[in-house]
Write a protein that binds this ligand. Sequence first.
Ligand code: TMP
Length: 224
Amino acid sequence: MSPAIKKPSGVFITLEGGEGSGKTTQARRLCDWLTTQGRKVLHTREPGGTLLAERLRSLLLDHSVETIAPETEAWLILAARRQHVDHVIKPALQQGMIVVCDRFSDSTIAYQGYGRGLDLRVLRTMNNWATGRLVPHLTLLFDVPIRIGLTRRRSQRASQNRLDRETSRFHEKVRAGFRTLAQQEPRRMVVFDASLPLESVQQNVAEVIATWLNTRRIRQLRQR
Ligand code: TMP
């Protein structure tokens, strides 16, 4: 392979889950822990991560703009993703960093696919186009019953964003979607019981990540 198209050597970890699943706190704690282990870490999020993508995020989450069609929502999220992949994620992976991303493609399948009812096959094709087929090495799914998640979310935020305001039925469909994805890809997606206290979930995450990174290192050493 020519040096110009060097294979990315970093690690791409995503965190997924419904509203109030605690994944944002877990992402922050995971990054802090990895940094103390001497790893070079990039913490980022979706939609967002670049100037343009953060602007698209604000529009997407603002409930005071006009009604947004499901297809428009998907296009905006995927446009933001392309910017994020090109400007932030891929360069960091090329530099050998651990990229920890709060939400990525699985959210699109869960929210726009299972939640909004957009065609899953079309969405996957569009998403492949947006990501250039970049798939996380590992995905942590924080699963929490909707009632607990939405109650937590309401206690954390004074105002509700456009997606927080969706019906419980919508959030149930999203949760079921995430769980289906985890069943389909058990090697990539690890499910955590996010109804447990934050510290217990954090401990479980650290154990899974430590084992996973170690196994990956041994596999890479064997391949040399
Ligand atoms: P957050 O508040 O958990 O950071 O997520 C922002 C919102 O964006 C959340 O309600 C889920 C939604 N979202 C989608 O609907 N599809 C996506 O692909 C992504 C990344 C987020």
